[in-house]
Design a binder for this molecule. Structure first.
Ligand code: DQA
Length: 147
């Protein structure tokens, strides 16, 4: 089983960016924690981050046939990118949308996700654990895909 962890805009700044909201861990540290859990769960994991909508769409397209599941934090694109939503729907790879912060407890514009309706599920508000729980969820959804 192969999983792609895809992070959108500004998530490369984790650790330095508004730590009261997004926590103190860098994206590299979050990815390292995911690698440890992936090894434990016996899944292959890869990581991509982009600040550009089109690049995220290309990465989703290129994931077809390469990965069995995607953990996706679309950042602010969550709230308005129909193009990313369409890409998630088009590729048909089971995708879990994740957010470090609880988007439903924040500004009005963050309380709506255009991606969620085409995702397998959403995990929001559990900090860096949102990613780890998403990995566990994908593995539990697809136990037969383990190596
Ligand atoms: C975020 C929430 C978004 O509203 C925000 O634009 C982000 C991060 C989160 O992980 O909590 O960039 O996706």
């Amino acid at each position: 089983m192969k999983i792609l962890v895809l992070n959108g805009p500004n998530l490369n700044l984790l650790g330095k960016r508004e730590p009261a909201i997004y926590g103190n861990l860098s994206l590299e540290e979050i990815n390292n924690n995911l690698s440890v859990l992936a090894a434990e769960l016996r899944v292959d994991i890869s990581f991509q981050q982009s600040n550009h909508e089109g690049d995220l769409i290309d990465l989703l397209h290129h994931a077809v046939g390469e990965v069995d599941g995607v953990i996706f934090n679309p950042g602010a694109f969550t709230h308005y990118s129909y193009a990313l939503r369409d890409a998630v729907a088009a590729v048909g790879i089971p995708t879990i949308e994740v957010h470090l912060s609880n988007i439903y407890a924040r500004e009005d514009f963050r309380r709506h996700s255009v991606v969620a309706p085409v995702a397998a599920g959403q995990i929001s508000g559990l900090g860096a654990n949102s990613y780890l729980l998403a990995l566990r969820a994908l593995v539990e959804l697809m136990p037969c895909w383990r190596k």
